[in-house]
Design a protein around this ligand. Structure first.
Ligand code: DHB
Ligand code: FE
Length: 275
């Protein structure tokens, strides 16, 4: 689409960096012993890589130049969420019994338009893409419906771009939230998103190209589901048989997260762990 062909790594990186700066997911306590243990092991792991591969000074300088470029383009949120976040999510959510989580990625924005029980995501007139009705319920671990749960949904458009991070897309396009009623149910009307490609023109894309990797994530819906006295879950849902479901560059696909729509309609339930 002409309006989104000028998306650049630096543009989406800058927006993702600004979004991250506004975000609060808790403050890490500065415990000297823990900083010592984690930083020592992280640097030690890097030292081992240098020894193992007998790094040259030319390679060391290339690394410095690349790190500087990642920062200059604001690409740290993109790089980290693609290559690191999946392990953090695995560790943090290891003891959950309810709905399965996965990475949040860099493109969540709070405060999207909210609907009661059923709604159509904000979209442009003639928004490209196959229609999709996505519905289900929010329950406790025994399947009892939760009233007043908030189901937030955001996803890329049919060209793989996110509103507020690529130019020329209305602010809340394909972003919305549903507050459940007494039956715990939600129904979103939206369109099928396309696979997402990590921007190829920035530092992250340069690493991917230089290493001969691919830059694709499978088409996905992003969700956050929260309710009073429940652990919120952040997750993504994928589409059976979709391109790159088996080789997501961000390694965020799990078998429990694969949707099988029938006639453009699919149901998915969120049992929430107690807080
Ligand atoms: C990135 C983009 C996504 O849409 C996502 O879900 C995860 C990561 C990224 O560009 O870093
Ligand atoms: Fe995404």
């Amino acid at each position: 689409m002409s309006t989104t062909t000028h998306a650049t790594a630096a543009g989406s990186g800058r927006n993702a960096t600004a979004t991250f700066a506004r975000k609060e997911r808790g403050t890490a306590a500065v415990d000297t012993a823990r900083v010592d243990a984690v930083a020592r092991d992280a640097l030690g792991a890097l030292h081992e890589v240098i020894r193992k591969h007998r790094l040259t000074y030319a390679e060391y300088d290339a690394l410095k130049a690349w790190l500087i470029r990642v920062g200059a383009d604001g690409e740290w949120p993109l790089f980290l969420d693609v290559f690191v976040e999946h392990v953090v999510e695995e560790v943090v959510n290891a003891d959950r019994r309810g709905a399965v989580g996965t990475i949040e990625g860099p493109y969540y924005v709070p405060g999207a338009p909210e609907f009661a029980s059923e709604g159509t995501l904000p979209m442009r007139a003639g928004e490209p893409g196959a229609p999709l009705t996505f519905q289900g319920s929010v329950t406790d671990l025994d399947g009892i419906p939760i009233e007043g749960a908030l189901v937030e949904l955001w996803h890329a458009d049919d060209a793989g771009f996110y509103s507020q991070f690529a130019p020329g897309i209305p602010e809340w396009n394909l972003r919305g939230a549903i507050r459940t009623g007494a039956d715990g149910r939600y129904t979103f009307h939206t369109i099928q998103p396309a696979p997402y490609q990590i921007p190829t023109d920035g530092a992250t894309g340069a690493l991917i190209a230089s290493a001969g990797w691919h830059a694709w994530r499978p088409a996905h819906l992003h969700l956050k589901v929260s309710a009073p006295e429940r652990l919120p879950v952040t997750t993504q849902l994928y589409f059976e048989g979709g391109e790159h479901v088996g080789d997501d560059v961000a390694q965020a696909v799990k078998p429990e997260l694969i949707l099988r729509p029938v006639d453009n309609r699919v149901t998915y339930d969120f049992p929430l762990d107690p807080a």
